[in-house]
Design a protein. Structure first.
Length: 344
């Protein structure tokens, strides 16, 4: 395993992060604990979760993922060996978690305390804002649509609430997720202006079918040290090739949950076929090739891998040892020129 020190922090994290959003929906608690045990044996020390997990979010399963992790921490006494990250949900989508959800002081404090209780820990190493408290193009939205009547929590108020929790020792560092270049710039500007905690990471989607992070955020991440925690590096498993030729694996995520159509466009299928053909022509596993490409990016802090089976998890972790040749990378870039951001 490789490790990486997050700029502007003292967090040293594994270059692969164990994602957890299937635990409580597609994975049982026993399976979650198996994954955690195995990941640690392979050198992974970074675990990412969220208060709204598992996904797809539902009122009767919300919080189960954190509960499973908390029970594992209590059972194994491994808290000091891991870097633990969670997230506070933004507004509009999950009102069953709390009434009138926003990224304001009340919501953030209630969210942190509930997560700490479920996780059975006194602190979080990294606490992230799951999505913005304003109109912005995230979750696959292509263009920006202005809403003159929108109400959002002022960013400085969000930072002040997080600052209180840092001072109280409840969280160590903060990050954003599903953010834009404008959002990141504002968080950094206001943190410096008001002497508030600095955002140290950004967790956005990044994979061969969705490299939109590169257009406005990659340089920002690299030069300002707000590095990427890449989620969906396999595009919900699409880049493994298992959904090609009208195949629908029984327990596949896109088979089970038809609402996740982000990567199922005509262009998405065509690009996936091209990447799978490329991998096979070089005797590479398509999923490992896709992960190795993400792992090689200079603006990356860690790639968040998730799996519903131990076989998938083992293969995904093995990708850390794959270094793509210049020829393969050049051919990936040629495919990208043909299919540019097919699934943003």
């Amino acid at each position: 395993m490789r490790y990486h020190k997050i700029p502007h922090s003292d967090l040293s994290i594994s270059s692969l992060c164990l994602g957890t959003m299937t635990w409580g929906k597609q994975n049982s608690e026993h399976e979650a604990h198996q994954q955690l045990d195995y990941a640690l044996t392979r050198g992974i020390n970074f675990i990412d979760t969220a208060e709204m997990y598992p996904v797809p979010p539902e009122s009767d399963t919300q919080g189960l993922t954190e509960t499973y992790i908390g029970n594992w921490l209590k059972k194994t006494n491994q808290r000091e060996k891991i870097v633990l990250a969670s997230k506070v949900a933004g507004p509009f989508r999950t009102n069953y978690i709390r009434e009138n959800m926003r990224l304001d002081r009340r919501n953030i404090r209630e969210a942190v305390h509930a997560s700490l209780e479920r996780l059975q820990t006194d602190y979080l190493d990294l606490y992230q804002l799951h999505w913005p408290d304003r109109s912005a193009n995230f979750f696959g939205q292509l263009g920006f649509e202005a809403n003159p009547n929108e109400y959002g929590t002022p960013i400085v108020e969000t930072l002040q609430a997080l600052s209180e929790l840092v001072k109280e020792g409840k969280i160590r560092y903060i990050g954003v997720s599903n953010e834009t270049a404008w959002g990141v710039s504002q968080y950094l500007r206001l943190a410096e202006k008001h002497d508030l905690p600095r955002m140290v990471t950004i967790q956005n989607p990044y994979n061969l079918l969705n490299r939109s992070f590169e257009t406005g955020l990659a340089e920002f991440a690299y030069r300002e040290g707000v590095e990427l925690l890449a989620y969906s590096p396999l595009a919900f498993g699409m880049l493994s090739g298992k959904y090609l030729n009208n195949q629908w694996p029984k327990n596949g995520r896109l088979t089970l949950f038809k609402r996740f159509s982000r990567y199922l466009s005509e262009q998405g299928y065509a690009a996936t076929q091209a990447y799978v053909d490329l991998a096979q022509s070089h005797h590479l596993d398509p999923a490992q090739m896709a992960l190795a490409y993400v792992n090689s990016r200079p603006f990356l802090a860690s790639s968040i891998i998730g799996a519903t089976s131990m076989e998938q998890l083992i293969s995904n972790i093995d990708s850390i040892d794959l270094e793509l040749s210049g020829e393969v990378i050049s051919q990936i870039e040629s495919i990208h020129q043909r299919y540019t951001y097919p699934c943003p």
